[in-house]
Design a protein around this ligand. Structure first.
Ligand SMILES: [Cu+2]
Length: 689
């Protein structure tokens, strides 16, 4: 019994004796709980639509026949929040009773009239701009609603509850310290008086978990750790006599799903730490890169399924799990699916975590120094991205998925930021399809030794896309009965960490593109029926709602740093009666890896994070005479490095904001470099005689 209920216990016991048959289940917010358990209709009250994370709406006023008439009903700018080089927009707006709640990468939240876009209140987080343990862009994936409050996590590892009417803070609970490497990126879910929220920081030697809080008071009720302490179940998959598992990552980047009948809470876990160095962590390393189920009331372990044993590729499970019901061989089955960075969809029985369609353990290539696992799980069905890398000039070795590596670069596909990253995967009960965004990208993997230091990056290697190598995406409908491709679109841009989508009973699949376009497809055939230029990278997941009998479709467009799409602070809402026209397109994201821009002649100063681009070098390309000393200065908000791609032959080391390091280039040649924690930042120094 949760503590805020305790005074009610005698009352409830008395009542239950009197009204034994009709005694309702006591709920803190029966209306929200009912919406969370029901198919999504006029309100969209939680990140994944309802407790299943299906992102499927029963609204069908907008359908395949009339979607061509869809236009902007309104567009607003979120007052500059999340506008700037370090931010991505990844939140799904929520709507209840005609009010929209949306949050930005600076953890600033807004309530607006969902019919007009008029601002009702705003919450400015005031989070410390010096937080330097954010891995992959300043983001917030969304809020939850319940008991008249708006709940969310912040990058400073606080969980916050606002009054939904006023935006005033009701409570704020720190669940960890960002200084120790912990941040919150994912949206929570609310159900039956509790808030469930994951924690991020898998690149900083943290211990992953889901934290449950009492919605009324903000008090922490329990923590379900994703890494076993020595002696706990699962600890046998870590080296005996070490406490390595306590900093092994397995963070939760996604919103959990919940099955009230089974009483289970489901979520997926991130990579093992250190990411690319398996040498010191012999064993399968539970519960990294896994799907987990825990008791929704107590957090007690129920089952797990590990997607990647002893992960050394950053192949984590970052996309939210999706619950669905199906019929197999005439038997009704309770399914669960999750799309991984491996490019596969993992389809399980959610009562017990066993494969629903079939997943085979197969032998894989070995590298004894990395202590690689002997076998890996191979789902039956199709992968949504290619799983082998081509050999490229300048590289000695290329391999397929699960190819091991040591200290010489090996090209592998999918890359650790390939397949499906954080982007959600909708499921339509009408088609029985999952809609899976994927990133196609090759990484060059290398391992190096890394010492654990509290609050510091702890990755043990690197992966970077080779200079000039292509990067693209796929968007795929996967049949839930076979795990096979029904249709697939080849995308010009990486789609697995953008390209959020949702599906409706109107037979429509809505999804955004990194080039600013927002599309409606026929959910059955994939045929494009409508497109609209929103003016900013349309990488966040859309949603739909109804006010006064009119259906709207909404999306926050503000770009994504990891894709390089156009930054902004817009929220768009569309309807059949809309009058607002499209905007000019933003610059398109890169489709080839490597530094961009003109070569600056004779420049010996490079700013890291210049011009408000947190993840860039300026100038990115310089040409100097042999013997020149080049000074790298970090003018950004986060720690960065400039590190030679070629075996780290030179390295500025970790530069705090304001920090500088001078490197002398005596030998002629072309030197590409990246930032170790952010390997999608590229620079080049060309040294002439
Ligand atoms: Cu960096």
């Amino acid at each position: 019994m949760r503590c805020h209920n305790q005074r009610l216990v005698p009352v409830l016991m008395t009542l239950s004796l009197l009204f034994l048959v009709v005694m309702p289940v006591w709920a803190a917010d029966p209306e929200i709980d009912r919406l969370l358990r029901s198919p999504v209709g006029k309100d969209w009250v939680t990140n994944g639509g309802n407790l299943t994370n299906q992102r499927y709406s029963t609204l069908k006023q907008i359908d395949t026949s009339n979607v061509k008439n869809l236009k902007g009903a309104w567009m607003i700018r979120l007052k500059g929040s999340g506008l700037g080089g370090k931010y991505s927009h990844e939140a799904t707006p929520l709507v209840k009773d005609g009010i929209m709640y949306v949050i930005t990468g600076n953890d600033d939240a807004f309530a607006v009239n969902a019919k007009t876009g008029e601002f009702l209140w705003e919450y400015w987080s005031g989070i410390d701009q010096k937080i330097n343990t954010v891995c992959c862009g300043w983001i917030n994936r969304g809020v939850a609603l319940g008991e008249g409050m708006v709940f969310f996590g912040q990058l400073d590892a606080n969980v916050v509850a606002l009054d939904a009417k006023t935006g005033k803070v009701v409570w704020k609970t720190p669940i960890e310290k960002w200084e120790n490497g912990y941040t919150i990126a994912s949206a929570p879910i609310y159900y039956d008086g509790m808030i469930y929220i994951g924690i991020s920081g898998g690149e900083y030697g943290v211990r992953g978990r889901v934290t449950a809080l009492d919605a009324k008071s903000g008090q922490i009720l329990w923590r379900a750790y994703t890494l076993p302490a020595p002696g706990e179940p699962g600890s046998e998959t870590w080296p005996p006599g070490t406490d390595h598992s306590m900093r092994g990552g397995a963070t939760v980047w996604n919103t959990p799903a919940l099955d009230p009948e089974l009483g289970l809470l489901y979520f997926a876990t991130g990579n093992c730490g250190p990411d690319y160095d398996g040498a010191s962590r012999e064993g399968d390393n539970l519960f990294c890169a896994s799907i987990m189920a825990v008791n929704a009331k107590t957090g007690a372990y129920a089952w797990h399924f590990q997607q990647v044993h002893h992960d050394i590729w950053d192949y984590d499970a970052a996309s939210p799990v999706v619950l669905f019901d199906t019929v197999i061989d005439g038997q009704p089955r309770k399914g669960l699916a999750e799309a991984g960075r491996t490019g596969w969809v993992y389809i399980l029985d959610r009562t017990n975590g066993k494969p629903l369609i079939g997943i085979e353990e197969r032998s894989v290539p070995q590298e004894p120094r990395q202590k690689t696992a002997k076998t890996q799980p191979f789902p039956i069905g199709d992968a949504v991205v290619p799983q082998c890398a081509d050999l490229l000039p300048g590289y000695a070795q290329a391999g397929c998925i699960f190819e091991p590596f040591w200290e010489s670069p090996v090209l592998i596909q999918p890359s650790g930021i390939g397949g499906t990253n954080w982007s959600p995967v909708p499921y339509s009960p009408d088609t029985g399809y999952f809609y899976v965004p994927g990133t196609v990208r090759t990484s060059s993997f290398t391992r190096f030794g890394d010492k654990f230091k509290l609050g510091k990056l702890y990755v043990g290697g690197s992966q970077a896309a080779p200079i000039g190598s292509p990067m693209s995406g796929t968007f795929t409908a996967i049949d839930s009965k076979t795990n096979k491709i029904v249709w697939q679109h080849k995308q010009p841009y990486r789609t697995g960490q953008g390209g959020g989508s949702m599906v409706t009973a109107g037979g429509l699949l809505f999804r955004g593109e990194s080039d600013g376009n927002f599309l409606a497809l026929d959910a059955r055939t994939g045929d494009e029926l409508w497109r609209f230029q929103t003016g900013f990278g349309a990488d966040a997941p859309p949603m739909t709602y109804e006010v006064d009998g009119e259906q709207y479709v909404a999306i926050a467009t503000g770009g994504n740093q990891m894709i390089g799409s156009g930054n902004g602070d817009a929220v768009w809402s569309f309807s059949l009666k809309g009058q607002v026209h499209p905007l000019w397109p933003p610059p398109s994201p890169p489709t080839v890896a490597g530094p961009t821009g003109p070569i600056a002649q004779g420049v010996d100063k490079v700013e890291i994070a210049n011009n408000n681009r947190e993840y860039g070098y300026g100038p990115a390309r310089i040409r100097v005479k042999a013997g020149t000393t080049v000074t790298f200065t970090n003018v950004g908000d986060l720690n960065h490095t400039a590190t030679a791609m070629d075996n780290r032959v030179w390295d500025t080391g970790d530069l705090a904001p304001g920090g500088s390091k001078a490197i002398t280039f005596s030998e002629p040649g072309s030197y590409y470099y990246i930032c170790t924690p952010h390997p999608w930042m590229y620079g080049q120094v060309i040294v002439e005689k």
